[in-house]
Design a protein around this ligand. Structure first.
Ligand SMILES: [Zn+2]
Length: 273
């Protein structure tokens, strides 16, 4: 699923295509993807100009004149595409037209775990789509990171996936960052010296920054708003590399299931403490 770097790549490529444009029409063919309802989404967006874009965790946020917000979550397979003509693809469930009659915004979602929402104001955004998000992972300071983890006894991998602690990191970047930091997915903050957690903090920031620079990871069908795939998947060290050699120590990458999520790691150089 698209994680922080992928959603940020969508934001950066979408912004120039939608900024200062006025929404004229919203067509929804899969009601469950529109919040609170298809009619309310269409009514909330229509007539409003997009004044800015931002992102928090995996949530893409378009700011509207008048103080409203248009939130987009890509779920597992969501794609936001701007194009003059409807793309020759199935699973396009929402189409947004603009008053300038220029390129439209198409929302495509094969698995349909994503959504689009209209929020009247900041309070509605924070009480709704942002309700369970902690601080954004990108650029999060070391002190705030350490405060979020505390002296918890849950496995690091599970804590990194908890969006209330660190918004934006998912399965790919949790596995990659733990490998870079040389820490086991099952290591527990309560057992770790502060410098180990500082290494993990640095590894997360490095991994996210490198992924961003490479246009994200295209492991399923991820593309940015211009339809371009990322290349960071070729730089993955452990994620979905079960049976391959560890790039650091030559050990064999293994896969396990932790908290219901597949987890990739090197048992030889990722330590419990
Ligand atoms: Zn290794």
């Amino acid at each position: 699923m698209p994680e922080l770097p992928e959603v940020e790549c969508v934001r950066r490529t979408l912004e120039p295509a939608v900024i200062d444009r006025r929404v004229s029409r919203v067509l929804v063919s899969k009601p469950k993807l529109a919040r609170p309802t298809p009619a309310a989404l269409a009514e909330g967006l229509r007539g409003h100009v997009i004044t800015a874009t931002s992102r928090h965790g995996k949530l893409l946020i378009l700011h509207l004149d008048g103080g409203g917000y248009w939130a987009i979550h890509l779920g597992m397979t969501g794609q936001v595409i701007t194009a003059p003509q409807r793309p020759k693809a199935d699973h396009i469930h929402i189409t947004v037209s603009f008053s300038d009659k220029g390129p439209k915004l198409y929302y495509r979602d094969v698995r349909q775990f994503g959504f689009m929402a209209h929020c009247q104001d900041r309070a509605a955004l924070e009480a709704g789509p942002l309700a369970n998000f902690g601080p954004d992972a990108l650029g999060l300071g070391l002190d705030d990171f350490l405060r979020g983890l505390g002296r918890r006894t849950a496995p690091l991998k599970s804590l990194l996936l908890d969006q209330r602690i660190l918004a934006g990191v998912g399965n790919i970047y949790a596995d990659e960052a733990l490998h870079r930091a040389g820490l086991s997915p099952t290591a527990r903050p309560a057992d770790l010296a502060p410098e180990k957690l500082a290494n993990l903090h640095a590894a997360i920031q490095e991994t996210l920054a490198e992924a961003l620079a490479k246009g994200g990871s295209s492991v399923r069908n991820f593309v940015d708003a211009r339809g371009r795939a990322g290349t960071f998947q070729h730089a993955h060290r452990v994620y979905q590399r079960t049976g391959h050699a560890c790039p650091r120590c030559g050990g064999t990458i293994q896969r396990t299931v932790l908290g219901g999520r597949s987890t990739h790691f090197c048992p030889d150089c990722q330590l419990e403490k």
